[in-house]
Design a protein around this ligand. Structure first.
Ligand code: GDP
Ligand code: IMO
Ligand code: MG
Length: 445
């Protein structure tokens, strides 16, 4: 629901609205597949409806791409709401931040004319990625050999490990006696690295990191849980921007080939300090097909010319690492699971245009496991135990990239949307037909 200014209007009934309950709920936008669904683009498109945009988990393993006015930006740690009209952007407590990569990202944005200090606030409770975390990430991967996860190499796993084992360093720690805390963490990591046969030289990495810490400290560092709840209390609207995707969630993803945070809607509660009953709309975003970077099972993966065609037309190469993304047909078993875990209220379908030239399109509607059909996502999705069952639909074979409204959609595409809505029992309210901000069709629910 929107008010005249286009902002989301108060979402609670008058009965609920006493002095202890906030006027507003937070909306969450998150990926339903293995990441790279197009979250950055849609957060940018939705930002004018909101007062605040917040990241709640992940770190610079994310690469969120935005395109407008012929320019392209890739954001890693900074929320995708910074390019609109002065909304407040928050890096919440659930995020892990690499000061060096943050500085690079922030300086590039400042050079392109964004007054970042005016629009960005960072939680005191974000955990810091140390240079030795990145080294540990690489050493752990090396030690796993053929069983490696194929991480982004940004130190994500070791940083969250330190957080959970209560050894982490938080941004708030930089305010008091930081040098000693840093030295203790670094020395602990060096001992771990030595046990993995690594004796790194930190003479260049360390001063650069310390310099970046000082840069980071020049930003507005806040108690973001208080800030966000106060915003809700004052009737401000908040959009939370997920990173990675549901199938990379540490609990519900294809473990152990996952990231180290909760990427699901519940992660917005812990990653920002908002209560579960304050979650409003949950926008679940997916590609019209499916991709994955790194190792791990992928039941609908295509190893043939069709997979290559999707990769070529969809430019499916990682925004962070440049790695080839593995491509396959859409997996409705996995999507139904992701919709359930997240409580998705609206679906957003991305990259529909990539399938514009395909004569037919397949969608996996069930899995056959040991000869038995199931529509429920199982404990393990190892390829050798699962056979995807496909429904084949006619392609639309029409260039959709310049379309402005759903009335222009070819019949076969309209039918494809109807088919997905029926299979997923959730409305598709936004359809993306190209990477640019303008190539976005809002549908009537
Ligand atoms: P994110 O991590 O979820 O923000 O997604 P990424 O930015 O990693 O990957 C999405 C890629 O697809 C980016 O290169 C986008 O510019 C691009 N993209 C987003 N939406 C569309 C679309 O509808 N069509 C096409 N062709 N490209 C899109
Ligand atoms: P966005 O936000 C796609 C994958 C890595 C690897 C696994 C673990 O752009 O969608 P990590 O470095 O997190 O320990 O790696 O997770 N991965 C992503 N894949 N998009 C991402 O982010 C990803 N972030 C991590 O490839 O398989
Ligand atoms: Mg990405």
């Amino acid at each position: 629901m929107q008010d005249a200014s286009g902002k989301r209007a108060s979402q609670q009934s008058p009965k609920q609205n006493n002095s202890n309950t906030p006027k507003m709920k937070i909306d969450v936008l998150l990926g339903l597949q293995w990441g790279d669904e197009g979250k950055g683009k849609v957060v940018d498109v939705l930002t004018p409806r909101y007062d605040v945009v917040a990241r709640f988990q992940g770190g610079p393993n994310a690469g969120h791409t935005l395109e407008f006015d012929g320019k392209k930006y890739v954001l890693r740690s900074i929320p995708s709401g910074i390019f609109q009209h002065g909304q407040t952007n928050i890096i919440g407590n659930g995020v892990v931040l690499d000061p060096v990569l943050f500085k690079e990202e922030a300086e590039a944005l400042e050079r392109s004319g964004i007054d970042l200090r005016k629009v960005l606030k960072i939680s005191k409770k974000v955990h810091l990625i140390l240079p030795t975390h990145r080294l540990l990430d690489a050493a752990n991967e090396k030690a796993k050999g053929g069983a490696k996860i194929g991480t982004t190499g940004k130190g994500i796993g070791p940083t969250y490990t330190d957080k959970i084992s209560r050894n982490g360093l938080r941004l708030g720690d930089t305010l008091h006696n930081f040098e000693a805390k840093y030295a203790a963490a670094r020395d602990r990591h060096l001992r771990m690295l030595a046990s993995l046969g690594e004796t790194p030289d930190l003479s260049e990495l360390e001063p650069r990191w310390i310099e970046a810490i000082n840069y980071l400290k020049s930003f507005d560092i806040i108690d973001s849980e208080h800030y966000v709840n106060r915003c809700l209390q004052e009737g401000k609207s908040v959009l939370c921007e997920g990173a990675q995707g549901t199938l990379l969630d540490v609990d519900f993803g294809s473990y152990p080939f996952v990231t180290s945070s909760n990427t699901v809607a519940a992660g917005a509660c812990t990653g920002l300090g908002v209560a579960p009953n304050k979650i409003g709309e949950v926008f679940g975003i997916f590609k019209a097909y499916c991709t994955r970077v790194g190792s791990g099972p992928f039941p609908t993966e295509l190893f043939d010319e069709t997979g290559k065609k999707i990769r070529d037309i969809g430019h499916e190469y990682g925004a962070v690492t440049g790695r080839e993304r593995r491509c396959g047909w859409i997996d409705l078993v996995a999507l139904r699971y992701a919709i359930m875990i997240n409580g998705v209220t609206q679906l957003i379908m991305m990259k529909s245009d990539v399938l514009d030239t395909f004569p037919t399109i397949k969608a996996c509607t069930a899995y056959k496991i040991n000869g038995e059909l199931t529509r429920d996502f199982p404990y393990s999705i190892e390829e050798d135990t699962i056979e995807p069952v496909y429904e084949e639909l006619p392609g639309w074979q029409t260039d959709m990239t310049a379309m402005k409204s759903e009335n222009e959609f070819p019949q076969q595409f309209a039918d494809y949307i109807k088919f997905l809505e029926r299979e997923l029992a959730t409305p598709i309210t936004i359809v993306s037909i190209g990477p640019d901000r303008e190539q976005t069709i809002l549908r009537n629910k």
